[in-house]
Each structure stands twice: as structure tokens, then as C-alpha cells.
Write a protein that binds this ligand. Structure first.
Ligand code: V47
Ligand code: SF4
Length: 372
């Protein structure tokens, strides 16, 4: 017979009070979070995260039908982990789309059931607020039904600064043009000592949080991310999640939290090895436990891979993003295995069903579009 009690005693050694709090749905502190994250065995983290996931979302696993529009990969910033941006001096691999080209791309999806356009790219010195207002207006004129999730806080900070408008004024103008929500990118790691090393010149943690808070005050929901698996330490991870948890307490404007695994292809930090799948699972499970006021936890499959995505559905994840239709380059340029990220609805549905979950097609704000 397996001595389960003994095993349980051993795995929870020194962690009982924290585990008890989690089980009783009490919030854990940052200090408790660091202890749980660094000391708890993976099966314990997984069991707790899965219980929370099933309490919040049952057996449901969400996805959506979306495409990405990436206006440019020219960027004024110099994030050390980025394989996507091309410095202006290195023109060969750069692209800059005109508004008409981007609208034409959307026209290719006429009659197709996509519900979301994810519009995001490099920070181009000449593509400003008014350029993007016109783009969004044209997207909405063509597809009034489509949800426009656009611009990271990094892009928004730059475009508002250049246009000499406050974040509130800039976001209101974009909302009036048809922007519905914000994606979660640009958060990386908030702690200054890490941020200064990996992405010193772009918007600060405080600006990132202020932009999202402002968006929420205008009824524009958003997502939040963390870029993990490089030079950060557990205390930076917990600090990052804690700042997001605090803002969510204040606004309840975040839809989902998306951990992004650092991929080491073709960038200035390529010497750093990628973390193991076991570390991925710990991070996601811990996020599900710690971020108690976030309804959803997303594994972005083009970045983390299809197999790990399936595993993560037992470690807290209830969302796997969308069909994407090979419309993003950010991860293929950073060296992920799947160079042409696209999954048909059938493939997404069977990926979810293979691990015993129920696929639900959602819109961007988690209304059910279709159950499978
Ligand atoms: O902020 C850049 C990350 C983010 C690398 O809101 C990298 O639904 C890993 O935020 N390895 C942008 N990550 C993408 C993003 C996103 C993606 C999908 C869905 C949503 C959403 C948001 O990509 C950047 C940065 O953290 N990133 N380079 C890299 N080498
Ligand atoms: Fe520019 Fe974004 Fe790449 Fe940073 S991560 S260099 S802001 S495209």
C-alpha cells in the first residue's frame, strides 16, 4: 500500500499553514508566495492550481478565432530579449505596412468567423497616434463586429508622449476610433534591477501599470503578462504578480494573465538557456494560486508549444489563445519550434479534448461563442 499520509506530510513540510490558506481560499502574502513557489513540490502546486482552475472555470478551456496584424518590426527600443525588432540601420529584414495593406489583409478574412484582431508591433518613430486612429477606424468600417485588441502599454506610452496627450486623452481617442481593449505585452518583469538589465529604455513598470489602470477607468479591459525564465529571481516573479494583483483589486479590469516563457533564439540574451518544462509548470501553477483575483490563466500556444499547452491544462491554465492563422512573427523569430503558428478550429478543439477538457470558443471578453 502507498503511504499517502506520509508522502503528504513530507511534501507539505513547513508549508502546511500556507497550503491551508490556499485551500481555505485565503489570500497568501508575497513572503508566503515566495516560499510556496520555491519550496513546494510540483505535484502539490499542480493539485492546488487545478482545484482553483476547476472551481473558477470547471472543465472549460477557452480559445478564440483571431488574427494578428503587426504593422511593423521597426522599433525605437532595444529590449535585449527581442528577436523581432530590427534596428533602423538594418533595413533588409524590416517591414512597414501601410494602412491599406493592413486593411487588405483583413479583407482576406471576409466571411470568416474571426472575432478578434490583435494589433501589435514594434514602436515605429513615424507611426503615431493619428496613424493608428485611422487604421482602427478603417478596420471597424470594414468589420464593425470585430473586437480590436490593440497596442501594448509600451506602444501607447510612446504614441501619447509623441502626440503630447495624456494617457487618458490618447486612450479615449483610440476608444472613440474603435479600439476595444489592450493586450498584455510589455510588462516583462516590473522590478527595476531586472527591467534595467533587459529593457531599460522602454516604458517603466509604473507607466505600464498607470496605462492599464487608465484604460480600465475608460472601460477598456486588458490582459497582463510576465516574461519569465531569464535573469529574474523568484522574488521578482512574486513582486510582479503582486503588483498586478493589487491593480486588479482596484479596477477588476484584467481579463487574463499570460506567462510568457523566454525563448532564446536570435537575440542579445541568447547565451541564457531556456528553462525546463517542469519550471514552466511550476510558474503557471503558482500564478494560478497567487493571482486569486484573475478569472483566467492563458498559455499562449505558439510560444510554449502544443504539448506543453496540453500539460498546462492540468496546472491551472483554462485558456490557450486562438487560431492565429500564421499571422504573428514574434515567436518564430525568437526560435520556437513552430515556425508557422496556425491551428484550425478542429485542431484546437481536438488538442483540448485529448486531455479531457471541454473546448469553448469565446470572444475576447470571455462570452461563450460556441461549445464543442
Ligand atoms: O512584451 C518578446 C514577449 C511580448 C520574446 O494579450 C518574448 O492576449 C519570449 O504580450 N521570448 C508581446 N517572449 C506578446 C504579448 C502577447 C502575446 C499573445 C497574446 C497576448 C494577449 C499578448 O512578447 C513582449 C515580450 O514579453 N517576447 N521577445 C522572447 N524572445
Ligand atoms: Fe520593441 Fe517590443 Fe521588441 Fe522591445 S519587445 S524591442 S518594445 S518590439
Amino acid at each position: 500500500m502507498i503511504k499517502t499520509n506520509l508522502v503528504l506530510e513530507q511534501i507539505t513540510n513547513g508549508l502546511q499553514s500556507i497550503v491551508q490558506k490556499v485551500i481555505q481560499e485565503e489570500r497568501i502574502t508575497e513572503q508566503e508566495g515566495i516560499k510556496l513557489f520555491t519550496e513546494a513540490p510540483l505535484p502539490l502546486l499542480g493539485t492546488l492550481a487545478n482545484a482553483i482552475r476547476e472551481k473558477k472555470n470547471g472543465n472549460k478551456t477557452f480559445f478564440n478565432k483571431n488574427i494578428h496584424i503587426e504593422p511593423t518590426n521597426i522599433c525605437v527600443f532595444d529590449c535585449k530579449f527581442c528577436a523581432y525588432s530590427i534596428k533602423i540601420s538594418k533595413k533588409e529584414d524590416a517591414w512597414e505596412s501601410t494602412i491599406d495593406e493592413m486593411v487588405d489583409k483583413l479583407k482576406e478574412y471576409e466571411g470568416k468567423e474571426i472575432t478578434e484582431v490583435h494589433l501589435v508591433g514594434g514602436v515605429h518613430p513615424k507611426m503615431g497616434l493619428h496613424y493608428f486612429i485611422e487604421l482602427i477606424q478603417k478596420i471597424k468600417a470594414l468589420r464593425p463586429d470585430i473586437h480590436v485588441k490593440a497596442f501594448t502599454a509600451v506602444e501607447l506610452e510612446y504614441m501619447c508622449r509623441k502626440a503630447k496627450v495624456s494617457y487618458k486623452e490618447g486612450l479615449q481617442m483610440l476608444k472613440d476610433a474603435g479600439q476595444d481593449s489592450l493586450p498584455g505585452g510589455g510588462a516583462e518583469i516590473f522590478a527595476t534591477e531586472v527591467r534595467d538589465e533587459i529593457c531599460k529604455d522602454k516604458c517603466s513598470a509604473e507607466q505600464w501599470l498607470e496605462i492599464h489602470e487608465t484604460a480600465h477607468s475608460l472601460d477598456m479591459p486588458s490582459n497582463a503578462t510576465i516574461l519569465y525564465g531569464h535573469i529574474e529571481k523568484p522574488e521578482h516573479i512574486v513582486d510582479h504578480m503582486s503588483r498586478l494583483r493589487n491593480l486588479q483589486d482596484k479596477t477588476n479590469g484584467f481579463n487574463t494573465f499570460i506567462p510568457l516563457k523566454y525563448r532564446n533564439g536570435n537575440n542579445q540574451m541568447s547565451h541564457i538557456n531556456e528553462v525546463s518544462v517542469v519550471k514552466d509548470m511550476r510558474l503557471y501553477a503558482f500564478a494560478r494560486i497567487f493571482m486569486d483575483n484573475f478569472n483566467h490563466l492563458k498559455a499562449y500556444w505558439p510560444m510554449i508549444g502544443k504539448k506543453t499547452t496540453q500539460n498546462l491544462l492540468a496546472f491551472g491554465v483554462d485558456d490557450i489563445d486562438g487560431t492565429i492563422d500564421d499571422t504573428t512573427k514574434i515567436y518564430s523569430m525568437a526560435g520556437v519550434e513552430d515556425q508557422n503558428p496556425t491551428m484550425s478550429t478542429d485542431e484546437l478543439v481536438s488538442l483540448i479534448k485529448q486531455v479531457g477538457r471541454t473546448p469553448i470558443e469565446r470572444d475576447t471578453v470571455y462570452n461563450t461563442v460556441k461549445e464543442y
